[in-house]
Ligand binder design. Structure first.
Ligand code: PEP
Length: 253
């Protein structure tokens, strides 16, 4: 099965106008294979600036824009929230939903995450749905139970057919920002589980869903991870803030 590969940069609450400039100039001559999509998800504040700079450098068809979060409401009295309409006005195409930091620090539940996935799809945008287990859940062999409990509410909310427009990022929480990457074997085994879980509902759809690995991906480990049969790219945090390293990761996909 030939799925498109995706490398998505999650800048989190990092970066500034200078990084927008450095990244756009640094990625100017990036060599990408034809079936790779590169997505950059800066803070909301820099979306328009990044969109503008990509266009100025004729990179708008090479690098897509993503947001790190979105409201599940359309508009109204929701101070501090950002809607899908607003994201579309900033040329956003992808939205990270349910990142473990949102689940842990802002107490987003899998039900809320499922509503957000539906909202993003209804707006014609592509959700990057993040799922992953904690260190203690891995240690107590709860990984599959946890991943199933994060996926099932989304399947219940949107139906399996709509997964053809969803990207899933498997991000073991213990590997995020820690320098501890899942081994390629462990990552592949877990990705295979995720695909099989979706295949119980619809094998054809399950085969089409891009599954990204996230968790301390860097220039040295990306090639081995991306070579795995069920790993279709990565969601990159820390290493996406360094233009040289991010370029190597994009080229490896
Ligand atoms: C992330 O936050 O999505 C992530 C994968 O971070 P890092 O690459 O820094 O582990």
């Amino acid at each position: 099965m030939n799925r498109r590969a995706i490398v998505a940069a999650n800048w989190k609450m990092n970066g500034n106008s200078a990084l927008v400039d450095t990244m756009v100039s640094g990625l100017h001559n990036i060599s990408l294979s034809d079936n790779v999509d590169v997505v950059i998800c800066p803070s909301f504040v820099y979306l328009s600036e990044l969109a503008h700079k990509l266009k100025e450098n004729s990179l708008e068809n090479t690098i897509a824009l993503g947001a790190q979060n979105v409201s599940d409401k359309a508009s109204g009295a929701f101070t501090g929230e950002v809607s899908t309409d607003m994201l579309q006005e900033c040329s956003v195409k992808f939205v990270i939903v349910g990142h473990s930091e949102r689940r842990e620090l802002y107490k987003e539940t899998s039900t809320q995450v499922a509503h957000k996935v539906a909202t993003v799809l209804n707006a014609g945008l592509t959700p990057i749905l993040c799922i992953g287990e904690s260190e203690s859940e891995r240690a107590t062999e709860q990984t599959e139970v946890v991943l199933s409990s994060q996926l099932q509410p989304v399947i219940d909310e949107i139906g399996i057919e709509k997964f053809k427009d969803v990207v899933i990022a498997y991000e073991p929480v213990w590997a995020i920002g820690t320098g501890k990457t899942a081994s390629k074997e462990m990552a592949q085994e877990t990705h295979q589980f995720i695909r099989q879980f979706l295949a119980q509902c619809d094998a054809e759809i399950a085969n089409k869903v891009p599954l990204l690995y996230g968790g301390s991906v860097n220039a040295s480990n990306c090639e081995a991870l991306f070579a795995q049969a069920d790993i279709d790219g990565g969601l990159i945090g820390g290493a996406s803030l360094k233009v040289d390293e991010f370029s190597v990761i994009c080229s490896a996909a």
